[in-house]
Write a protein that binds this ligand. Structure first.
Ligand SMILES: Nc1ncnc2c1ncn2[C@@H]1O[C@H](COP(=O)(O)OP(=O)(O)OP(=O)(O)O)[C@@H](O)[C@H]1O
Ligand SMILES: [Mg+2]
Length: 354
């Protein structure tokens, strides 16, 4: 059995059909429904013009193991709202581990050393630059918040509470048309241990998923309360714990990534584009190799790269694949790697381009 990846163009989500947003987001962020159901109502409040004044549209803390879709959620929302994943004001909190680095977010006051050189990271212009003709909602992503110096949380208190940030030059930034997402791995290690067979997975595996979810939520919230002050935690609208990805979710993500790969081939190679078909054995192999409790779907991405994209790219570079060909990926007889073939098979004997 072979899986054909080339798919028909999908209907675009538009703001006229807000109910579709949850479905579209759930389609892009697989297996993390609690995140979708927590976030989407806040977007709809904004779209309806009903978000309260004097505070950000929504403040979310996304927790859970690596590679489960936390950052992806914000990028996917940006692509649905604005048409591009890049319409996100992203702050890598790992770059603000020291207090003087946190000060760079707001810039130095006039007259202070570095006032001219330091462009604050969080300005109104930067916030506005990530909106679009389609939506005036700015998405702000504070990635890996636990890595930032404690002064970051203090700085953010005003933002979360009153939706304003005063800059070094005394201008202020208004976050009333912004959604703020903080991501963190806090508690993720403990969550993974709790889910491991030797650490009690057996005892929870028979439970309904909601019980496992509640257990992960509890671990996450406990870790957050240990790290941040109650004032800070109380200003968060929803703490969402992402779950380790189930095999069925990994399958859906694999299909997504293969479809994205085909889309990339069609777009980049245009007339030289070819079709990719993946036999079920090769699919299973990619899933087995790409499943990692530690790295989540990141490992799947890496596996697809190593096992599929790189060998296909080498064949393109060598002139072995021509526009209109079908490239088949199958599992080698010994089950240790993927082998590629071209239809019609005679073409695979085509001489290499110089
Ligand atoms: N739930 C998911 N649905 C679809 N794709 C996913 C999902 N989770 C992860 N991926 C894929 O894996 C990649 C890495 O995921 P992402 O960046 O969202 O991880 P993360 O949860 O933010 O992890 P980290 O804590 O390490 O930052 C994404 O770019 C996406 O391609
Ligand atoms: Mg991330």
């Amino acid at each position: 059995m072979r899986t054909v990846i080339n798919s028909r163009p999908k209907r675009n989500w538009t703001q006229d059909a807000p109910d579709d947003l949850a479905a579209a987001l759930a389609g892009k962020v697989v297996g993390q429904l609690p995140a979708v159901t927590a976030i989407v109502p806040y977007v709809q409040m904004f779209q309806a013009g009903l978000s309260p004044d004097g505070r950000p549209v929504g403040v979310f803390l996304l927790l859970g193991p690596s590679g489960t879709g936390k950052t992806r959620t914000v990028e996917a929302l940006a692509s649905l709202l604005h048409g591009s994943e890049r319409n996100v004001l992203k702050i890598d909190c790992g770059e603000y581990q020291m207090d003087h680095e946190v000060a760079k977010l707001i810039g130095a006051p006039p007259g202070y050393l570095g006032h001219r050189e330091t462009q604050p990271m969080l300005t109104q212009a930067k916030l506005n630059a990530v909106t679009s003709d389609r939506s005036g909602l700015s998405l702000v992503l504070l990635d890996e918040i636990e890595k930032a110096a404690p002064s970051m949380a203090r700085l953010l208190l005003g933002v979360l509470d009153k939706a304003t940030l005063r800059l070094g030059d005394n201008n202020s930034v208004n976050f009333e048309r912004s959604m703020i997402f903080m991501t963190s791995n806090l508690g993720a290690g403990e969550m993974m241990r709790a889910l491991e067979p030797s650490f009690g997975f057996q005892s929870v595996s028979g439970d309904r998923p909601t019980n496992v979810e509640r257990m992960l939520d509890r671990i996450g919230v406990r870790a957050v309360r240990r790290k941040f002050s109650p004032e800070f935690v109380n200003r968060i609208d929803a703490v969402v714990t992402y779950r380790p990805l189930a095999r069925s979710s990994m399958e859906a993500i694999l299909d997504q990534q293969l479809a994205a790969l085909q889309g990339h081939v069609n777009l980049r190679l245009a007339a030289r584009a070819f079709d990719l078909e993946i036999a079920s054995g090769a699919r299973e192999f990619l899933l087995d190799q790409g499943t990692s409790a530690q790295f989540g779907a990141r490992e799947l991405k890496r596996t697809i790269h190593r096992q599929l994209i790189q060998p296909v790219a080498a064949m393109v570079a060598n002139g072995q694949i021509e526009g209109g060909d079908t490239v088949y990926a199958d599992l080698a007889d010994d089950g240790t790697k993927i082998v590629l073939g071209i239809d019609p098979p005679a073409k695979s004997k085509r001489p290499r381009a110089a």
